[in-house]
Each structure stands twice: as C-alpha cells, then as structure tokens.
Ligand binder design. Sequence first.
Ligand code: ADQ
Length: 489
Amino acid sequence: TNRQDERPGKQRLLVVANRLPVSAVRDGVESYHLEISVGGLVSALLGVKEFDTRWIGWAGVNVPDEVGRRALTKALAEMRCIPVFLDEEIVNQYYNGYCNNILWPLFHYLGLPQEDRLATTRTFQSQFDAYKTANQIFADVVNMHYEEGDVVWCHDYHLMFLPKCLKERNDKMKVGWFLHTPFPSSEIHRTLPSRTELLRSVIEADLVGFHTYDYARHFVSACTRILGLEGTPDGVEDRGKLTRVAAFPIGIDSERFIQALELPEVQAHMKELKERFAGRKVMLGVDRLDMIKGIPQKILAFEKFLEENSHWRDKVVLLQIAVPTRKDVPEYQRLASQVHEIVGRINGRFGTLTAVPLHHLDRSLDFHELCALYAVTDVALVTSLRDGMNLVSYEFVACQASKKGVLILSEFAGAAQSLGAGAILVNPWNITEVAASIGYALDMPADEREKRHQFNFRHVKTHTSQEWAATFVSELNDTIVEAQLRTRQ
Ligand code: ADQ
C-alpha cells in the first residue's frame, strides 16, 4: 500500500472534521484551485510529527458531477486531504440547520429556537435525520480509507453521530472525539430532543475530549442523568465498558506569532499603526461576527466608559475587527445591523471632525496585519458570552512581549481557566463592570502589567497547539479498544 511508500514506520492518523483545511474553487470542468486555511487545527496537526496525518472532510463546495468529483479528489490527494461530498439539500439541513441553528446556540447557552426560529422546531426531525445521514456519509469515507492500526480523530459538534457510525462498521477502530465548543450544563443539554441519541453515539468513542475540566464534568453529568450511566474519575462507564473523558485545553502555534513580529512587513504595519494612533491608547477586539462573541455588549461597555471618563475621550481608540460569518442566517444579519447602529451612535456622540473613538471593520485581516495589530495594542477586549476556548486571547498574549498590554477576558471563555491569573476577568453581561475594567486596564502601572503578562506569556509559550494534539493522540493511542481485547483473550 502507499502507507509504506509514503511515511515508512509512521502510524497513520485520520483527522475527520466538517471542513477540510483547504477551500476549493472550481476554475474549469476538471480543475480546482485550492487555498489552504491556516487555522489553529491545521498548525496543531502539522506539529504532530510522529504520525502520518490525513484529513477527511467537506471541501465546502457543491460538486454534483462525477468528473468534478474525480478532479477534486485528485487535487486534494496531493495535500493528503480526502473529500466528503454532500449535496446541497443535505448541507442546508445538516450544516445550516442542525449544526448552526440548533447545536451551536444550544451549546453556547443561547437555547433552542424561539420566536421566528420556532419554524425550525417543526423541521427539527428532518434536520436531525439529515445530520445523521451526513455523519453516515462521513463514516463511509473514513471506512473506505481506514487501514488496520490507524487512529481516527473526529472533531466537533458537527460529527457527534460519527463515533457510533464508525464503531458499527468496525468495532476494532480506535476512535477519539474532541469538542471545540463548550459542553453545556446537563440541564441545557436535556432540552435537546435528540439528547439521548447524541450522547449514546459520543460514548462509543474510546476517548472524548473537551477544552476544560468543567465541560468534561457537564458531559459526564449528562451521561449519568440522561442515560443513567455511571460516572467515574476517568470517564463514563456503561456495563463495564469505559469511555475515557478528559480535558485537553488547546493552544496556539506561539512561535509562528513570535517570529512573525520580526518580519519587515509586520514591522512596517506596526510603524504605520503607531503613527496613525500616536498619542492614543489602542484597544482591540478581534472576533468572528457571532452572537456568542458578545460584540454589542463590548461596545456598549466602551460607550459607558467614554460617558463616564470624559478625559479619555480623545486619548483612546477601540479597533473592533469582526469578520462576518454565516451571512445567510437572518439572526447574523440582525446582529450585524445592531452592531453598526451602536457604532454609529458612539462615533456620533464622541467623535470629532478629525477623529472617532471606535473603528469597526467587518473584514478578515491577513496574518501579518493581525500580528501587527496585536503587537501595538494596549488593551485587548475579549468579552465572549460563551466560548469553547478563544484563541484570540492567546494570540494577543503571544504578540505582547515588548508592550505587555492588558487582557480583559470574559469569565465564560474557556481561556479564563488558563489565562485567568494574568487577565482581568469580567462578566460580559455586566457592562458597568466591563467599563470599570477598561479604566483599570488603561491606568495599570507598568510593574503590574509586566507581572500579569509574564504569567500569561509563559502559559501561551508552553501550552502550544502541537502539544495539545500530541497529548490527545497519544492518550487515544493508549486507550484499550474493547473489541481488540476480546479477540486477544
Ligand atoms: P472560533 O469561534 O472561530 O473557534 P477563536 O478560538 O477565537 O474562535 O479562533 C478564531 C480564529 O480566527 C483566530 O485564530 C483568529 O486569529 C482568527 N480571526 C478572527 N477574526 C479574524 C479577522 N477579522 N481576521 C483574521 N483572522 C481572524 C472555535 C471555538 C473557540 C475555540 C476554537 C478552537 O468557538 O472557542 O477556541 O474553535 O478550538
């Protein structure tokens, strides 16, 4: 097989995620143009050198014809990616419907659809059916490429039904599942109509991982309360079979950020920004435009701060970068116009003819621009209402070696458990508290900033994405697959 040809001696790791780490754009009947998306997960897995890694996922495009599918499969193979093809109707029901309209808000404590989202409650069953169908399609592709001895690592809330589908096809397969969002309190999970089926499937995995100990505990409680199973210090037990459940906090590829700051183009961006905002303190927010990120709450707190601290009005600027996502969902459109309205009001109230206190950009920044922004920032504001981890807070800390700026961080982001000692923790719903924290951060003496920064910088430098992936995979490898035990006995 090509296994021996390509990476002799290395164990194969099949990473299964909804999206592949590349985006495909069709530029001819038989040709595709591929763009790599360098995200946390990609760099994390690039760092796991002891495995021969393949990716399995949806390429993000609808390819109805066989010729196109063959061409895309071939193009992706060079990047060790294997596509899963989903037709438009499935994508709509599974991805836009069940994943983004039901599971995403529920896992972030925003509840199940209400009012105009109520229409989706009626189509709930058909969306869940599409979710299961999509997961079966993923399982078929995994099964087709699986070789004995491979380790299979499934990612996120899109693929909760996958562990069961995989074990049904091959009970000797070693399967891990990791959730990138929070896992909510069992009382929240209980409201989900498909609560039992999803939990039953996830516990088919050999190892189940979360960002924090709290999420792991919520998951174990859900299994004990909803499924009536036994929780143990190691995980969940079902008739003598143990599913290991543990916390594996993700990190970033910190060296990539630290080294980028030395590049001439990043230095040039920094110089430009420093000149542009000379004489003012720079505050920064970087988020995907999503309900969970608490953007309206953040800028309302900034407004309150300006209201109460007139001496700061022309001495501080907040740069809020918010890339729009899920643009065709009405709730996201409403959020965008709500944010624009508040931004307009604040700039109208506190701006002058030559300067405004709040710059709001709804676009993505390239890596170099982003690093430069992080580096010139005095105070970063991460006020998620809920967030699995939040990597922006890590990226900011990584870029602050010389400035030693302050991180204001929501206590409801997973990162609060790792960067809590260095950051100023806030309840993002409490606008008075956030406004006061902004004042505290802007006035913070250098020695306190230094101390807080050092604490967080050490953490970000040592708890990298590479280490995260390596730890998960090695623990998965150490789990014992029941079926293999049975055959050995
Ligand atoms: P996200 O919700 O996407 O991830 P986050 O962890 O902050 O949240 O990662 C966002 C990434 O996108 C960062 O790497 C950031 O640099 C980048 N980004 C955001 N806005 C950008 C912009 N305008 N321009 C360029 N880049 C931008 C989900 C969970 C998180 C969890 C991660 C990883 O919701 O809680 O931390 O997965 O598990």
